[in-house]
Design a protein around this ligand. Sequence first.
Ligand SMILES: *Cc1c(COP(=O)(O)O)cnc(C)c1O
Length: 567
Amino acid sequence: MNKTITKSICAVMIFITFLTGCAARPASNTASTTQQEAEAQLEKELGAFEITAHQRELAADNEAGYRVLDAGRGNPNWINTQSRYAFTRFMEFALGESERVMKDESMAGHAVKDGIGHRFDEAMNPAQSADSFLIKAVDYCVSNMGINKDDLIKEMVDGIIGDYYPSPSRCLRNTEKILNAYLESTLYHGENLAGSTTVFPTEGGTASMVYIFDALSHNRLLNPGDKIAIATPIFTPYLQIPSVKDYGMVSVDVTSSAENNWDISDDELKKLEDKSVKAFFLVNPSNPASHALSANTISKLKTVIEKNPDLIILTDDVYGTFVDDFQTVYSAIPHNTILVYSFSKLYGVTGWRLGLIAMNKDNVMDDLLKKQPEDVKNYLRGEYSIVTDDPDNMPFAERVVADSRSIGLYHTSGLSTPSQIYMDLLALTHLVYENDDPYIKLANNLVSERYKALMETLGLPEDDNDANAKYYTVVNIRSLCEKHYGKDFADWLYKNVTEIDFLNALAQKKGVVLMYGPGFNAPDGTVRISLANLNKEDYIELAKRMFELLDEYYNEFGGKGISSPAA
Ligand SMILES: *Cc1c(COP(=O)(O)O)cnc(C)c1O
């Protein structure tokens, strides 16, 4: 298939343009060229998104009159119920606590701490499943984490009722302990970092990214002209979030490919040794390729960092729980790494907006702040002195929180408290089962079975490597054609039908919507199929329809005697 949209390093510049968001320096000439390139690329990227939107319209009205199969989206089609039942039940308990204090029609008071743990025990009925879970969850916090019971339940009651500003603004005290335990259990691969990690709950993983980049650039830890390395292919919105500002930065692609099982090769990793590369941004397991970095690559990355010790690594691990024995880069390189996590996918809570930023108490951002030139320090002193007496020693983690509300409104920053309590409950659905979480297994099996059904029907080899999260898969249409129809046809199709035309035809004729691979900086001829939002049978049907369309092209090509391999 033809290259219709230039796969380009510039795609990443859009993102980089966004990175520079907050800093308030004038643009240099070179930078504005980068800016123009970035804007040009942005139009192309948005073009790719319009294409998908257009495909949805075509599919709705498809010629075959088929039911639409939209495997473009990453929004899961499952939800976690245990946490939601628990939330409802705990809200009921909390309302009882409020009405105990004062009750006049639909008005009640603020809950009181004294005796609250005892009243919780009285109210919960172990024979009811939501109650039984809440009993176990509270017991876990008290027995395994040493949290005071009255303190915990009071925090949760106030939090779920939402009658106080979040305090501390960054994260409620017990919530931070619970989230730390969750992150350690799901992502750290046995490293004990819960005690040394600072957590900032946010309105989702995407908000986390915005906050981090704003703070990095505002604090001059990233500056115009700095090189930023990006692990590609990558999540499109991260290529797209452009607060179009006055200047750009230079970006470096650190590429992974199907040939290397979507892992990063040594040569690519070596790019990070260059000290002019200031930050490295990755999604792990990746999107669209949906593969985790191997332990080997992570240990090599560690060696690379020794040569570029000031490198800031930013890892988005939203799909971490979809890989068995997952290991986050944060656990191997805690000093340099900022971790972003989101509950959106695993628990089906995309509408809640629940994510977080985690970083070590001992981190390179704080070291770099101390090493800044005096003029920058002065500038930042002025910026943060409105919210602290000791701006020089304000940790980067707190600056991220302050910057999320333009500093001045630091004291009203922080995620809504009911959202923080819901995060507690989500984390506890995992923690109470220790390392044998039945829900995580269900989610992993669900996407695995869909993947298997799809690959079997496509007649493609399954990749059962542990690193494969199977949340999405990238399918190379050219290789698929070569395998089933021969090289001549594959070449003919590549020459005569653009990838966009193919995707449009798939929508218009067969009612199938897929994502355009190069829109993620994935190779030409690839499509991303989400395994999150359709049922197993739908993936079989989807693959069959792909072959129906390819059969039609094959006839047009003049090929005879081959019908769908899946038929
Ligand atoms: C879906 C997704 C997220 C989730 O973002 P939220 O804002 O938490 O919903 C984050 N990162 C990547 C790479 C994703 O694909």
